[in-house]
Design a protein around this ligand. Sequence first.
Ligand code: GLN
Length: 485
Amino acid sequence: MELFELTVHELHEKLKRKEVSSVEVTKAMLARIAATDATVNAFITVCPEAALASAAEADKRIAGKEMEILTGIPLALKDIFLTKGMRTTCASKILDSFVPPYDATSWLKLKNQGAVLLGKLNQDEFAMGSSCESSAFGPTRNPWNPECIPGGSSGGSAAAIAAQQAITTLGTDTGGSIRQPASHCGCVGLKPTYGRVSRYGVIAYASSLDQVGPVTRDVRDAAIMLGAVAGYDPLDSTSVERPVPDYLNSLQPDVKGLKIGLPKEYYIDGLHPDVKKALELAIETYRGMGAEFIDISLPHTDYAVACYYLIATAEASSNLARYDGVRFGHRTSESCGLNEMISRSRDEGFGAEVKRRIMLGTYALSSGYYDAYYIKAQKVRTLIMQDFLKAFEKVDVILTPVAPTPAFKIGEKSSDPLQMYLSDIFTIPVNLAGTCGISVPAGISKDGLPIGLQLIGKPFCEETIIRAGYAFEQATEWHTKKATL
Ligand code: GLN
């Protein structure tokens, strides 16, 4: 096996036994990126010198026996995480030359363990999208088939894992942006409960929905990464003061007696036949392991996408007001008055999808429409939340598809925003409810594209979805399948 194919836990063992040094693996990763990224375009920024310098530091730490699980592990971050001294663009022209003065808490935690940052990953601009096509730095391509999208918005994170350009990655998930690309690229993607991981230093899209989480090769790596970044942060008032369990204890291939809910609203006619088949097989697998299935209903599912696009765009219109050419971001080179300078800077800096959402959100918040749209959406959000709480009185986890279809072709939906929005129907409700979900590889389509399954857990019960995901992984071979680039 090549060094760049290893998981975090496998590489950790090798580093510990001194079979390989962090500098050697880091060089192997950089060579892999150089060989594959012209095709994949997963990276916006690669930083070889900084990576090799931190790998050398990590090797000293390993020699001095001050090793932690992520010491010396080469990883990459979605370009939404602030990285001190390293350009952070959020895939937008407006932040093209922004170099943050501080680190995001989640990155700082990994850095303090001695993780090695290879670079920053492509995404949809400001995390608005499901395909990675709205990046100002060109689309990322799916390593399983470069004609297809990798999913989004954390498309670069999933593609980098599938293309073996990074050992592990972090992404963010506002309406599915970790789970959907993980599903489309054959990786594991975990969206923690809202408040589980600090959002400090993560560029805000929709603050009541955004959450940080890992995209990895297997469930064990997802447990390792979640353990590393989770926990209360005084710098993020929405992070929750609750002890972080040792998620590695949940890695038991045992689901006997686990009650799994199947929501009827998620098993619909529009489901792609290959996705349907993968889910049916997964249900059989769990049954064989002694899990118990219960039919449930999440009756407000139909309203989730509309509700999300009101709340998310409203919050985005407010969050993105700061990019005015004065405090942050690109400033027009035209000489003009203040108002015109701001509007020109924003016009030149933002892409079409971001502009569309700022306009939608501003409209939904404007006086006269606020009650009819924004407040109404908040009420619907409560109903969706209650649907989940009610279902969780009867079941431990909920099993659903991640996306209605495998990855689609680049360009196929980019001119039809509504079609694009509808592809998030199974992931968005989890963010509205504020709870946790994981996507685990569960099949390959007839066209050779990966298909994931989603396990939704109770709030702050990441252990249960990790256990159920791990059990499935142990019983199947899907996570061992690799893209051939
Ligand atoms: N695809 C959804 C959107 O476009 C979700 C994106 C995300 O989770 N960041 O908003």
